[in-house]
Design a binder for this molecule. Structure first.
Ligand code: PAF
Length: 285
């Protein structure tokens, strides 16, 4: 839209701003975030800009997607820096809702992520996480009423689940996936990279390097993929990572692919720990 960005903190003001955009027949592009923004988020704003007339970005660290003992309290928060980055990226509205705006009756989930997509990969290690994600994203959609919403492929499973849940609860909203943005050394950008100590940060690009190498081997060595994944996992563990999973799955329904089938879209997914930091990544095979 091109005027300066509006920062909105309460829900009534957001509703008014959205009504005005809808009244002006502006297509709304939406980028939900948890803040601690980096170039990956800014690429989502750029995609939303291309797909819509006005871009709304939200910054909300959603309590219902963190299990007890996870990093909800230490999750990085810097509203001033986030607002400045969103303005520079060309967002029209930055919305910083309160917990009461999103969960007026108390923080609880009321939307279940589909079992077949949510019970695997990160869902198997973070029970309830995707119900929290599905619930908050649908509540944010209720408020923003977007025509288009953009999510990064770094959280590929999240994207698949949001597509499925939005098709039921917000079929009018088109869900767009945006490619992973990486540091020059290959590490996928993530707000959680901020947790890494310098020696961990130096090691972290091995995740992508290992996935990339395995993804090259898979089509080159027809047959089952078990031995390739096992070697990749061992190589990461030898370097000091703890591997939650390293799996080849169908890019659409996330079902396991015990062998690679030419013509079938597949992705290689990994979640690993470096000391107290859990990092995820995925590559197309
Ligand atoms: O990907 C994220 O940052 C969050 O999971 C999301 C989609 C903003 C929901 O809280």
């Amino acid at each position: 839209m091109g005027t300066s960005m509006e920062v909105i903190r309460n829900r009534a003001a957001l509703t008014q701003a959205i009504d005005a955009l809808k009244g002006g027949k502006h297509r709304i592009g939406f980028v939900p975030t948890m803040g601690a923004l980096h170039a990956g988020h800014l690429s989502l704003v750029a995609s939303a800009r291309e797909a819509a007339d006005a871009v709304v970005a939200s910054v909300f660290v959603n309590p219902t997607q963190f299990a007890p003992g996870e990093d909800f309290t230490r999750y990085p928060r810097d509203e001033a820096a986030d607002a400045a980055m969103l303005e520079k990226a060309g967002a029209d509205i930055a919305w910083f809702p309160s917990v009461a705006d999103i969960y007026p009756e108390g923080a609880a989930v009321d939307i279940r992520a589909p079992e077949s997509l949510a019970a695997v990969l990160c869902g198997a290690h973070r029970p309830g996480h995707f119900d929290g994600v599905a619930t908050v994203v649908m509540r944010l959609f209720d408020c923003v009423r977007p025509d288009v919403a953009v999510f990064g492929e770094k959280d590929y499973q999240q994207l698949a689940i949001i597509r499925a849940v939005a098709a039921i609860h917000h079929p009018e909203t088109t869900i767009l996936g945006a490619p992973i943005i990486r540091a020059p050394d290959g590490l996928a950008l993530s707000s959680r990279n901020a947790y890494l100590a310098p020696q961990e940060r130096a090691l972290a690009p091995e995740i992508h390097a290992t996935l990339h190498q395995a993804a090259q081997r898979i089509p080159a060595e027809p047959g089952t993929v078990e031995h390739i994944l096992e070697e990749a996992g061992k190589s990461l563990e030898n370097k000091g990572f703890r591997v939650d999973y390293l799996e080849l799955r169908h890019a659409g329904d996330l079902q396991l692919c015990p062998r690679w089938q030419p013509g079938t879209p597949a992705r290689l997914f990994a979640a690993v720990w470096l000391e107290n930091t859990r990092l995820i990544d995925n590559v197309r095979v």
